[in-house]
Design a protein around this ligand. Structure first.
Ligand code: HMG
Length: 439
């Protein structure tokens, strides 16, 4: 049984275009502060038909193999977590295997449970390695999605698209997962769903927030009991159990949700410690304490999410990329908490320890460079892209190092590969990501 298992390296892929949420608010006749402050959203990636879930997943995986120096023969498992698949039977993972020319001696499949699919894949990979069944090999886990609610809907400002590829191994340079210390909460609810044949998700927005918070409480309580019993955190009078975590990362459908989630997490701790609801004085003190705690424990994880919007399965891991990009050196050896929520619903709270080499490993991902290569578009262009039929992509060259969907022939999807990205050394970046502060 391997005891040190987790994320060795990561890479992201995002559509080449984005809009500013302030532009969208003005076009919709909404006060821009509703989107930027009320929802905590800043920018939103806009996927063209050529940038489907397969193209995004394969691009992120190709980038990960290149930037981490991963030898393909080391990979023994490839799982894609997604809720925006392109076929009812053939998984995105098999497209990725083919496009990247990966070896055949491996398990290849997709996992689907709304935004939880990526976390399901991560845990399956960790447990496969920890059990010894991997025989020293690593797993490639890719989370890829296009969040689409449609124009002029309440969900419109909470769209986005992108992919996060994770190399999972017994050399977890970025994050060693606390194996077996995790809490799950699931329930049969209709908070968000996408019937067959629809491109846009249907959502009962305010109810979905309630479901998220309820699942957070259940999953966190189970994690907390296990973490206290294992001595990973302490239950002292000087701090809440959740405050013992150096950072807490949440699934981020929109930035404000992480703020609501963190306030709820603290309330669960406080009410459980007191054995009941807070009185007026305690409420006032907690409002201030929660804001300070959010700034310390959560804010840095929202930096990349605020650039891209909701990417469903990859959202939590985009948060991880953001926090490590901002402060990997300071967090080395420290424990962080992670909360994954998938509508429908299934949620999991788990934790891990940031690796001593995390800063070097995250620099290799060149996150700033990926985001800086994007182009801002106006709302008219965004609306034109939203109206394009999904099976007739623009005839554009795929980007260097990337892939594009190229159309359907006899029911089969075709993809084209871009040329190799320029040499690593010439593109080595310096400093952190120049992005907004999120909420
Ligand atoms: P809405 O009803 O248009 O917004 O849609 P609202 O009226 O609730 O306002 C939002 C916030 O803005 C409120 O703040 C307002 O007060 C504030 P809050 O009370 O919540 O703190 N506000 C303003 N602030 C500043 N200046 C102003 C102003 N006006 C109002 N002028 C909703 C919001 C989130 C419901 C909608 O966008 C939606 O349906 N989004 C999609 C669903 C979603 O993201 N749900 C999240 C939980 S479920 C989940 O995370 C899973 C998911 O990722 C899918 C999966 O699992 O696959 C979605």
């Amino acid at each position: 049984m391997k005891t040190s298992v987790g994320i060795e390296a990561l890479a992201i892929a995002v559509p080449r275009r984005y809009i500013e949420l302030e532009d969208l608010a003005r076009a919709r006749g909404v006060d821009p502060e509703k989107f930027t402050i009320g929802l905590g959203c800043r920018r939103m990636a806009v996927a063209e038909p050529g940038e489907d879930s397969v193209a995004l997943a394969a691009t992120a995986a190709r980038r990960l193999i290149k930037t981490s120096g991963l030898a393909p023969e080391r990979i023994g498992m490839l799982i894609v977590g997604t809720e925006t698949g392109v076929d009812h039977a053939k998984p995105i993972a098999s497209h990725v295997q083919g496009l990247l020319g990966l070896p055949r001696a491996m398990r290849v499949y997709d996992t689907t449970h709304a935004c939880y699919g990526g976390t399901a894949a991560l845990h399956a990979a960790c447990e496969w390695i920890a059990s010894g069944a991997a025989r020293g090999r690593a797993a490639l886990v890719v989370c890829a999605d296009i969040a689409r609610y449609g124009c002029n809907t309440p969900g419109e400002p909470t769209q986005g698209a992108g992919a996060v590829a994770l190399l999972v191994s017994d050399a977890p340079r970025l994050l060693a997962i606390d194996l077996g210390i995790s809490g799950a909460s699931s329930r049969d609810v209709y908070d968000f769903w996408r019937p067959h044949g629809r491109r846009e998700a249907l959502v009962d927005g305010h109810y979905s927030i309630e479901c998220y918070l309820e699942a957070l409480a259940g999953a966190y309580r189970e994690w907390r009991a296990l973490a206290l019993a294992a001595g990973l955190i302490e239950n002292g009078a000087d701090a809440l159990p959740s405050a013992r975590l150096e950072r807490v990362l949440y699934h981020v459908p929109f930035g404000k949700m992480a703020r609501k989630a963190h306030a709820h997490l603290r309330r669960v701790d406080l009410e459980d410690m007191r054995g009941g609801r807070l009185d007026a004085a305690a409420e006032a003190a907690e409002a201030q304490a929660a804001a300070q705690s959010f700034a310390r424990q959560v804010a840095s994880s929202l930096r990349l999410c605020a650039e891209v919007g909701n990417i469903y399965t990859g959202s939590l891991y985009l948060g991880l990329a953001g926090v490590l990009d901002a402060e990997a050196a300071a967090l080395a050896g420290r424990r962080i908490g992670l909360f994954s929520y998938g509508s429908g619903c299934c949620a999991e709270f788990f934790s891990g320890v940031v690796g001593a080499e995390a800063e070097r490993a995250i620099r290799a991902a060149r996150l700033a460079e990926t985001l800086a290569a994007r182009e801002r578009i106006d709302v008219a262009e965004y609306e034109r892209i939203m109206d394009l039929p999904p099976d007739r992509p623009l005839e554009e060259e795929p980007p260097p190092g990337g892939f594009r969907f190229a159309g359907v022939r006899e029911g089969r999807r075709l993809y084209v590969a871009g040329p190799e990205a320029p040499a690593d050394a010439a593109r080595e970046r310096r400093g952190g990501v120049a992005v907004g502060a999120g909420v």
